[in-house]
Structures are given as structure tokens and as C-alpha cells.
Write a protein that binds this ligand. Structure first.
Ligand SMILES: [Zn+2]
Length: 381
């Protein structure tokens, strides 16, 4: 079957901006998933699918399309409608271009390639006999707080499902395990003073600098821990530092942000507690500080023997793809499905190396192949 229509659809999706409001709170004309959600709703309704809008945040709904047939079990296909911001882009963010082999623009790879391929597969499946059962969900807010998938998985689904296929750039490989993320804000507190008399103050930057050294040593120790067979070793990055207000003042605050990538088997809360302990041992009453959780996002691991994995492997083999299961360092909505008791894997067109970049693009051939694979997953062939 020819799936060139998936690429044409993707080019159109790129022209509809859907930047996550957290990435660009001021650019109101390009921000939010509302316009894209309305387009998806209309497109799939026109193709005869039963669609509903699931309000998540004001003007930011998930779109759910349901195909109800005789063949069981149903599968859930999910991809996200929001994108990261466009400030760093070196190409026109909402112009996909006309090159036959490539689609460019913000979201072309992450995650509109998966959206377009899934939508095309759903439209094909709606015309297929015997009718099969499937849910497609286009969710909001994946690039910030995952509130779209949270809403989707905490309300009853329209059909029971065997599992979920999360569309993200995996170069059409099946991802069965990925890391989770723990992010903390550590605010080191000192005492302000005039820099002519620094002995009257307590320099928060000096304390924070020593703490950064401690965290860097911890990162080196993490690199010695045993590797997970699919996702490798845990990591830690001190990713921002901010402190001081004026060149002639002893700073009374210095804030650092820490990003720790956790392995399947590690608990986000336990890892956050481990980091808090590390900070407490180092501070040891010499300075005060506050620690705040920014994100506790769990890792994901699905048995390669799960029926949803075998189903996707069959589809990949039939479509001439690679059916070997892999791991990924980046987090996805799959871990949120797993928490809700829905077995989930990640599988989609595009390369994660292109996601969020200044020149984001996806190869058209991969989008067409993805539509074919999703169609075979839906129809279980
Ligand atoms: Zn994504």
C-alpha cells in the first residue's frame, strides 16, 4: 500500500504551531495545542471515526478517536501534540518545505511524524474488513508535565486494550525500556553583606561551588554502577547555577538545578532521598539550604515477552523493519501508561537526535513506513 498521504498530512501538521506554553509563554499565536487538536478531531471525524475531545487544561484538549470492531484485542496508539519552543531554530519553524525526501520544521520529527503516521493508519483501518478495534490518542503537555497522558490514563478508556504503542522518534525500533528522571532545585542560603566587608556575610556561592564538586564526584560514582542491559548506566548533571545580585555584594543565595537519569528498578522518590542525604551530609550544619523536587518521572521496563511486543514485532517483520527490542536514555509517556497498568512500548519514525534541534527534520520514507507498521499493528497482521 502507498502511504504518501502520511507525509502530506505531516507537512500540514507542521504548519499548525503547537508549542507547549511552558516553553514560550509570551508568543500567544504559536502557543498551545488547541488549534492542532481541533484539526485532528475534524480530520478523523471526516474519515468516519468516532472522536472526542478530552479537556485537560483550558483550551488544551487531548483528542481520542475510537474504532470499534470485532477483532480483538484492541491496541492504543498514542502520540503528543505539543512541541518544544522555536527560539533556537535556524530554519522557519512552521514551514515543512517541499523536498520529496525530507519534512522540516518544529515538531516534524518530535512528535508530528508519529501523529501523522498514526492518523493515516487509523483512517486506513476504518475502511478495513473485518473491522478492528483501536484507540488513537493525541495528548497534550508531554514536553512539560505529562498532564495529557495523565488525564488519558486516569479516566476510563472507551475500550479495553492489550497495550499501548507510544509514538516517539525511535527510528522504527521497539523500545522496551527507558530511563526516568529526577530533577531537583537546591537553594543554598548565606548571608548578604557589603563586599568591602565580606567577613560580615556568608558567601552562598562558595558553599554552592563546594556542593557542585560533591555532586560531580557523585556523578563519577554513578558511572561505576552496574549498567542496565538496554539503557546503560545512571547519570547526573548539574545543569544550571544562579547566584548573586550585584558585584559589590556578598551573595546570600545560590541556586543549582540537578538532573539525575534513573534506571529501571530505581524509584524516583528513593533517588531524590539519596540526593537529599548527600546534600545534608555535605552541609552538615555549616550552611542552610532548601531542596525542592522539580520532577519525579519514573523509568519504564516492559518484558520482551509481553503480547503487545510480539504484536509489534510481527508488524515490523511484515513491513520489512527491524524487530529487535532496544532501550533508550530519554523518557516518554510509556512510563505513565505502565503506572496505570497498561503495558506500553515506544515505536515511531524519526531519530531522537533530531528532536528539539535548530534544524529539526524527519525522513519522509520513515513516516510512510511507520504508517504501514501502525496499520499492521492495529489490524494485528
Ligand atoms: Zn516527543
Amino acid at each position: 500500500m502507498n502511504y504518501a498521504d502520511a507525509v502530506a498530512l505531516l507537512r500540514h501538521l507542521v504548519t499548525i504551531p503547537s508549542v507547549n506554553p511552558a516553553a514560550s509563554p509570551t508568543k500567544s499565536d504559536t502557543v498551545g495545542e488547541g488549534r492542532l487538536a481541533r484539526f485532528i478531531f475534524q480530520y478523523l471525524s471526516d474519515a468516519g471515526l468516532h472522536c472526542l475531545m478530552q479537556e485537560v487544561l483550558p483550551g488544551r484538549p487531548n483528542v481520542i478517536a475510537v474504532l470499534e470492531g470485532d477483532s480483538t484485542p484492541a491496541v492504543l496508539l498514542e502520540a503528543h501534540t505539543d512541541t518544544v519552543g522555536t527560539d533556537n531554530m535556524e530554519i522557519a519553524p512552521f514551514e515543512p518545505g517541499e523536498e520529496p525526501d525530507i519534512v522540516r520544521g518544529r515538531g516534524s520529527c518530535d512528535d508530528k511524524a508519529s501523529l501523522a503516521a498514526m492518523m493515516t493508519a487509523m483512517v486506513r483501518a476504518a475502511r478495513h474488513t473485518p473491522r478492528c478495534s483501536c484507540i488513537f490518542a493525541a495528548t497534550v503537555d508531554e514536553e512539560h508535565l505529562f498532564r495529557g497522558v495523565h488525564k488519558l490514563t486516569t479516566e476510563p478508556l472507551p475500550l479495553p486494550v492489550q497495550g499501548a504503542v507510544v509514538g516517539e522518534p525511535t527510528q522504527l525500533r521497539i523500545i522496551c525500556a527507558h530511563k526516568g528522571t529526577v530533577r531537583l532545585r537546591i537553594t543554598v542560603l548565606g548571608k548578604a553583606a557589603h563586599s568591602a566587608e565580606p567577613q560580615r556575610g556568608d558567601n552562598a556561592i562558595y558553599h554552592a561551588a563546594a556542593l557542585v564538586e560533591v555532586l560531580a564526584r557523585h556523578a563519577q560514582q554513578l558511572a561505576q554502577r552496574p549498567a542496565h542491559p538496554l539503557v546503560g548506566r545512571p547519570t547526573l548533571t548539574v545543569s544550571t547555577i544562579q547566584g548573586g545580585t550585584a558585584i559589590n555584594m556578598v551573595p546570600d543565595r545560590c541556586e543549582i538545578k540537578v538532573d539525575r537519569r534513573i534506571l529501571p528498578g530505581e524509584e524516583p522518590a528513593a533517588v531524590a532521598a539519596e540526593l537529599r542525604q548527600l546534600v545534608a551530609r555535605h552541609a552538615n550544619g555549616r550552611f542552610s539550604y532548601e531542596v525542592e523536587d522539580i520532577l519525579l518521572d519514573p523509568p519504564m521496563e516492559l518484558s520482551p515477552d509481553a503480547p503487545i511486543v510480539e504484536r509489534c514485532q510481527r508488524a515490523l517483520e511484515a513491513a520489512g523493519g527491524c524487530s529487535q527490542v532496544c532501550g533508550a536514555a530519554f523518557g516518554t509517556n510509556a512510563s505513565k501508561f505502565a503506572i496505570a497498568g497498561i503495558p506500553a512500548l515506544v515505536l515511531g519514525p524519526g531519530d531522537i537526535a533530531q528532536a528539539h534541534t535548530a534544524t529539526e527534520f524527519v525522513r519522509a520514507a520513515e513516516v510512510e513506513q511507520a504508517a504501514d507498521i501502525y496499520f499492521r499493528i492495529i489490524t494485528n497482521q
